[in-house]
Design a protein around this ligand. Structure first.
Ligand code: SF4
Ligand code: SF4
Length: 316
């Protein structure tokens, strides 16, 4: 499979990155063994890059997958930690739970934050720099949906890698359009930042338009790696074949059968936490003051699922 180097980091990754979010407890909730089988299958089929997060709950699946293969892929993870101490805990948790002696890329998990992120997370960033000095982290990144944060990251010396949200219709992008995000990414690229892409299929919501979505992402200047969430060997096969240059592939990948993110009307306590957590403006209160998710805006990121204190939001 074609590879690309992430900016000035020297880290070489496959153009297809295994997105670990959907198989974990926030979405499909596969068992550790089931999830490990699928990740290991992707690695054996040539993928060398896994993206996960502290929030995704998939470290055990990745650890079990690594035991099934004879090489160490590039692993990126992220944490929403704000302080030095909490980021230190997050790094150690990632190292321990995945059984690693270093993490290739550790991001500030900053999906919907604003441009004050580097001030607000000054402690967390300092912690990542210290771990980088110790060799426990190879590169520091930021993962974000916000055009202005991507643009700002281009000028931040501490940031090596940017994990940016982009898709052809701009679904889920904050503070701008797809075109604006393209320009911010170009700013990063010119400054030597490594970039890889998230949500090019709108979190699965644009799967019926798979070819056009991928063509758009692959045509961007920069030869970017693309993270794709996968929850079955069938999906791995489909994506691997596509990224290996095959076209007009037969078969419907199972992501098309994924269901929608929905709120249990019985369990919802109307606290509004999910509304704040949703960066796609997809949640509002219905006439009964219960949270309602508009499927046309939802990108199935799962953040509301993690945020709900009543566990009343599920992929159903
Ligand atoms: S409704 Fe939930 S899953 Fe959908 S975009 Fe908003 S936070 Fe993400
Ligand atoms: S966070 Fe959960 S309980 Fe609160 S409004 Fe949303 S769905 Fe209801």
């Amino acid at each position: 499979m074609n590879k690309t180097v992430l900016g000035n980091t020297g880290i070489e990754v496959t153009k297809l990155c295994f997105g670990a979010l959907p198989l974990g407890p926030l979405q499909k909730n596969l068992s550790v063994e089931e999830g490990a089988e699928i990740i290991a299958y992707a690695l054996k089929r040539g993928v060398n890059f896994i993206d996960t997060a502290q929030m995704y709950g998939t470290y055990p699946h990745i650890k079990a997958a690594l035991e099934k293969v004879d090489f160490l892929p590039v692993i990126a993870t992220k944490s929403t930690a704000e302080t030095y101490e909490s980021m230190g805990k997050a790094v150690n948790e990632a190292l321990e739970q995945m059984g690693l002696d270093h993490i290739d890329i550790f991001h500030l998990h900053a999906a919907r934050v604003d441009t004050d992120v580097f001030d607000k997370r000054e402690g967390a960033l300092r912690c990542l720099l210290d771990y980088k000095k110790k060799g426990k982290i190879k590169a520091i990144g930021i993962s974000t949906h916000n055009v202005k944060v991507v643009d700002l990251a281009a000028e931040k010396e501490e940031i090596d890698v940017v994990f940016a949200l982009i898709n052809k219709i701009g679904r889920g992008i904050i503070n701008g359009t797809a075109k604006d995000m393209e320009e911010a990414m170009e700013h990063c690229r010119k400054n030597g930042k490594g970039i890889y892409l998230m949500k090019v299929l709108g979190g699965g919501t644009m799967i019926d338009d798979y070819d056009d979505c991928m063509e758009y992402a692959m045509s961007l200047p920069g030869d970017y790696s693309i993270a794709v969430g996968m929850i079955s060997k069938e999906e791995v096969d489909y994506n691997v074949r596509y990224f290996n240059g095959e076209r007009n592939l037969e078969g419907i990948i199972t992501i098309k059968n994924r269901k929608i993110v929905k709120v249990s009307q019985v369990m919802c306590k109307s606290c509004g936490t999910c509304i704040d957590a949703c960066h796609s403006d997809a949640i509002s209160f219905d006439e009964n003051e219960k949270a309602y998710i508009d499927p046309s805006k939802c990108i199935q990121c799962g953040y509301c699922i993690a945020a709900c204190p009543e566990f009343s939001i599920r992929v159903v």
